[in-house]
Design a protein around this ligand. Structure first.
Ligand code: FMN
Ligand SMILES: CCCCCCC(=O)C(=O)O
Length: 384
């Protein structure tokens, strides 16, 4: 067979797309831009306001350089981390990303399934398009956490917590940086908010307490049901007292996501938090905010090893993971990379993103002269 025929066969073989998948984050992003309508793409891509927080995340990672050690035996390596007494073979989790049905018709079932297969802990969003019970079903015994936008109605909050516990989620991640949506100009320009089309309502529309709060079922008045859910989730009166109430109501591990100030980290621990997630929501909320890697050292210092500190916002590569671990993170969360992969290539896409990130992290670890994630400390990096 001539080489051009072989090439033809290769391109026609839709079963084996592996050689044609994007590799870098920017390639995934560009592919998603081509495939998605402007509304859904802009919703994932956009940052708040001028995009300065997104930039700050990126610049913070670039502002540190790795200084490798040489002539060490790096033949056997270990990328595992320990969280809450459990060992995970990978140093990252998939971050909670809502409304996955704007990216793929199966929505969150896909990242959940891939995470279960690859041993990556999955954090399911409160505003997932699929209900948590269906997500749990495809994950078997695999590690899963549930992210909560604490609703105003206490009975609804209790219902979400009870359902999560019953469905085998082992931790609750309370997100506190989004009690109102940030100023997102892509969405304003595209006049796009996925919830208004019914995306992201998987947990609300299957909740008996929520359904009881409605005058009519969602099938009879979708707009009213969506507005009610958003009103519940936009809980602008969520304070430390309310956080204490969540603490009292669940025996699951409890993490606070959206922390960048050391005093907030201290207070959360005092009130019973089991973990802190340093996050600025991928730069989607407060514009002009501190980059998460810049915020991390002070938070880690304030926490004094009492609970694990995780980080997200801007993790794109193995080098980013090593830098966050070097500055004291116990693990990191990955956001947009898997969202784009979901849109572009479903299961295969997310699998590829995870496997590449793992492979890159492993190579980086080795070439920097370390054998294990647990050996990575501040001596690995220098601030420029
Ligand atoms: C499209 C989209 C939806 C998101 N939905 C949620 C959500 O429902 N709950 C939440 O806590 N964070 C949500 N986030 C924030 C992520 O959990 C995470 O903090 C952020 O994506 C990390 O930044 P990165 O995308 O730059 O990696 C969302 C992010 C994106 C991009
Ligand atoms: C009360 C619902 C807020 C959902 C925000 C979804 C999200 O986290 C994001 O778009 O970012």
């Amino acid at each position: 067979m001539k080489s051009d025929q072989i090439q033809m066969r290769f391109y026609e073989n839709t079963e084996d797309v592996s050689m044609q998948l994007p590799v870098s984050f920017h390639e995934w992003e560009e592919k998603a831009r081509q495939l998605l309508a402007p509304g859904p793409f802009g919703y994932v891509f956009g940052g708040a306001g001028a995009g300065d927080t997104m930039l700050a995340n990126h610049e913070a990672f670039r502002s540190y350089r790795i200084r490798p050690r040489i002539c060490t035996d790096i033949t056997t390596r270990d990328m595992s981390v320990e969280l809450f007494g459990r060992k995970f073979d990978v140093p990252f989790l998939l971050a909670p990303i809502g409304v996955n049905s704007i990216l793929h018709k199966e929505g969150e079932l896909i990242p959940a399934r891939v995470c279960a297969e690859l041993g990556v802990p999955y954090v399911l969003s409160n505003v997932s398009s699929q209900p948590m019970e269906k997500v749990a079903e495809v994950m078997g015994n695999a590690e899963r956490w549930f992210q909560l936008y604490p609703p105003k109605e206490p009975r609804l909050m209790e219902s979400f917590l009870d359902r999560a516990e019953k469905a085998g989620f082992t931790a609750i991640v309370v997100t506190v940086d989004s009690t109102m949506l940030g100023w997102r100009e892509y969405d304003l320009r595209n006049a796009y908010l996925p919830f208004l089309e019914g995306h992201g309502m998987g947990n609300y529309f299957t909740d008996p307490v929520f359904l009881d709060m409605l005058d009519k079922p969602p099938s009879d008045d979708l707009q009213a049901a969506v507005y009610k859910a958003l009103e519940e989730g936009n809980n602008t009166a969520f304070t430390w007292d309310k956080f204490s109430e969540v603490r009292k109501r669940t025996k699951l591990k409890l993490l606070l996501k959206g922390v960048t100030h050391p005093e907030d980290a201290k207070r959360a621990i005092k009130l019973g938090a089991d973990g802190i997630i340093v996050s600025n929501h991928g730069g989607r909320q407060l514009d002009g905010a501190i980059g998460t890697l810049e915020a991390l050292p002070d938070v880690v210092h304030a926490v004094r090893g009492q609970v694990p500190v995780l980080l997200d916002s801007g993790i794109r590569r193995g080098a980013d993971i090593l830098k966050a671990i070097a500055l004291g993170a116990s693990a990191v969360l990955v956001g947009r990379p898997y969202a784009y992969a979901l849109a572009v290539a479903g299961d295969k896409g997310i699998k590829s993103v995870i496997e590449n990130l793992l492979a890159e992290t492993d190579i980086q670890l080795a070439i920097s002269g370390r054998c294990a994630i647990r050996d990575v400390d501040a001596s690995l990096i220098l601030k420029m």
